[in-house]
Structures are given as structure tokens and as C-alpha cells.
Ligand binder design. Structure first.
Ligand code: ADE
Length: 251
């Protein structure tokens, strides 16, 4: 997969050299290219923002550097392929595991990191109408960040780990929160009895030590339902209400 990130703070993307994403880059699974938006600003101060028409607080990102940056990215391939453009912003559609899967199926993504009050609206029109690109504005959640860079770190990690070969143990992707609409069950490791304070022993639930795979699976499912009901009741279907019809036979 090809990933381009355009930002006025290219250093913000340095963590993408680390851990599994860094290894995926070194293994050639991910071709990640970070571009400095100021390289496409040609005035003496390499300025990328200006005051908003109509008044109001803050600054707006100028259209010309963004258009040139997108031209540069699109021209980087000779095969006529086109990237899908993702612009992170609090006014976008909500990011989710389903959207991460959708993006992971794309051969080429270009992330455009806005700052200040946002990017001049004509850049969205230019990308779609003149360059023929699909543009998706995507929000991490209902809160406001200072710019798109942190959102890109989260989205790239969520997308890249779904690519074949990035996570060594592909099975670990299956039982995760949000893959099937339920949160994940609690996990434990050794020791089976841990003394967290003198005289206070905290035990691993005995079913996990039983070797009874059916009982373990049933316990884990029950835990997933209870956790989801407690933390994210909005995710549950009415038939999954804890203690309701969805739990018959599990008590
Ligand atoms: N940029 C600023 N706020 C954001 C958010 N909530 N999600 C994605 N990008 C953003």
C-alpha cells in the first residue's frame, strides 16, 4: 500500500518509523511518504495560511500550496493510478473499524493534514473536480485536535495493522474489540495468584485455569456482553441485553 501524508509538521509523523508500522515499511509492505506542505509555498516566508474571508477567528490554509502538493502526489506514479484522499477533521464522518477495513482495501491513500481553522474549501473541489480524486473527511471523534497529524497517526496504525503480513499473528485480529460489535474480554497472564499488597491475593478467574475450552469460550462471551453493556450499551442489540434472551444457557 502507498501512503502519502502532507503536513506542515512532517516531524509529527516520526512515530510511524517505530514498532510494527516501522517494520512494515522496512519490509516493503507499506510505502509511506511524508511531504512538507511548505515545500509547495513559494513566497519569501513559505506561508501556507491567511485570514478568513467574512471575518472570524484564526487563519485558513491557502489553496495554492495544497493544490501543488496534491498535484505532486498524483504525479508520483506513472501508471495513472489515483489515491483516495483522506482529510482528517472534526466535521468528518466518524472513523471506525469498518472504515479502517474499507481504507485498508485501497491501494493508495493520501492524508492531508489541516491546521488552524481548516483548509480553503476550494481545495476539496479541486481534488474532486480537477484531479478526479475521491475525498473523504474523517473525524476521530467528537472533540477538536489542533491539526490532522495526531488523527493520521491513529488512522494509519488502524489501517496498516489490517494489511496482510503486518501483524505476525493474524488470529489476534479476529477477537478484538469492534470486529464483531462487542468489546473484548479481560485477559490475564502469570502468576495465577498475584499479591498486589501484603495479604491481598488477586486471583485469575478459575475457569481460565480449568482447561475446559467450552467453558472458557462461554465465560469470555459473557464477559464481552457484560463489558459492552457497562461501557458501550449503544453497541448492543436489544436481544443481547445482559440477563436477557441473548444469554440463555450461559448462567
Ligand atoms: N482535526 C481536528 N480535530 C480532529 C478530529 N476530531 N478528528 C480528526 N481530525 C481532526
Amino acid at each position: 500500500m502507498i501512503l502519502d501524508v502532507v503536513s506542515i509538521f512532517p516531524e509529527y509523523l516520526a512515530p510511524l518509523d517505530l514498532s510494527l508500522i516501522g517494520k512494515a515499511r522496512r519490509d516493503g509492505l507499506l510505502d509511506l511518504r511524508v511531504h512538507d506542505l511548505r515545500d509547495f509555498a513559494h513566497d519569501r516566508h513559505r506561508s501556507v495560511d491567511d485570514t478568513p474571508y467574512g471575518g472570524g477567528a484564526g487563519m485558513v490554509m491557502k489553496p495554492q500550496p495544497w493544490a501543488e502538493a496534491l498535484d505532486h502526489v498524483v504525479a508520483s506514479t506513472a501508471d495513472g493510478g489515483r489515491p483516495r484522499v483522506v482529510i482528517p477533521g472534526p466535521g468528518g464522518m466518524p472513523f471506525s473499524q469498518a472504515l479502517a477495513r474499507e481504507l485498508a482495501a485501497e491501494p493508495w491513500l493520501t492524508f492531508a493534514c489541516g491546521r488552524y481553522e481548516g483548509i480553503d474549501e476550494r481545495v476539496y473541489e479541486y481534488a474532486a473536480d480537477d484531479l478526479g480524486l475521491e475525498v473523504s473527511v474523517i473525524s476521530l471523534g467528537d472533540y477538536v485536535l489542533n491539526g490532522g497529524e495526531v488523527a493520521v497517526l491513529a488512522m494509519v496504525e488502524a489501517v496498516a495493522r489490517l494489511l496482510p503480513g503486518v501483524i505476525g499473528n493474524a488470529e489476534s485480529l479476529v477477537e478484538e474489540s469492534h470486529e464483531d460489535g462487542l468489546l473484548e474480554y479481560p485477559v490475564y497472564t502469570k502468576p495465577a495468584s498475584w499479591e498486589s499488597a501484603p495479604g491481598v491475593a488477586r486471583e485469575v478467574p478459575s475457569v481460565l485455569l480449568s482447561g475446559d475450552h467450552g467453558a472458557i469460550a462461554a465465560w469470555r462471551h459473557q464477559q464481552r456482553l457484560e463489558r459492552t453493556a457497562a461501557r458501550r450499551p449503544d453497541l448492543l442489540h436489544p436481544s443481547q441485553a445482559v440477563g436477557g434472551a441473548g444469554l440463555e444457557g450461559l448462567d
